[in-house]
Ligand binder design. Sequence first.
Ligand SMILES: [Zn+2]
Length: 249
Amino acid sequence: MDDLIKKAAADLAAARYVVALTGAGISTESGIPPFRGKGGLWERFDPMEIAHIDAFMRDPAKVWNLLVKEMKKIVDSALPNDGHKGLVKLEEMGKLKTVITQNIDGLHQAAGNTDVIEFHGNFAWQRCMDCMRKYETSKVDVSVIPPRCDCGGILRPDAVFFGEMIPTDAMWRSRQAASACDLMLVVGTSAIVQPACLMPVYAKQSGAKVVEINPERTPLTGKFSDYLIMGKAGDVMNRIVAAMDKNEG
Ligand SMILES: [Zn+2]
């Protein structure tokens, strides 16, 4: 593992245009449970019942009560962890240009990354279904459900529900970034869901190195990623950044 940390530090030092692709694994250390897998929200709820746009349109109050309020509680109190902070350091070093994320928690922006592409929108904001005005989720009053805009319209998360399209500008920009980078860091995602799974492929096809930081092997491992550093995002990022500082000093 130490050798791979050194290798990643050297590869990052040599890279000029780094793009990071992140998923749920980078946010678990901030107390945000993944939707899928053990301990995930979908163990307790059927996503098609409460996270599908049709369910929301049918009964917004029900979806607010069962899902949105609970997520608001989790996201309102979550803070960026060392994984997010490591990506900010890479941006400050002039290496990292863009973060492409499947997460909706807004923690990359909270940490300080400036160019974040969100495939699934952002839960840190709610928007009015009538006039599109946006409200910060943490400031939305949930004493009356569903919460409403000043205009009377119902508020909904500014995130993508099941049954909704990935925003086209996010698709387009991420594809461009993936093709332009010379190193892609894949952090905390097995990248098995569309369109995230395509980004390492675009990067690889364009000649970029693809470096994975994940707790276990994924479908990318040995196929599209050059190597896998096994571990938790925060710990691995800390060690890579420390190795880069040491090389520079
Ligand atoms: Zn409104």
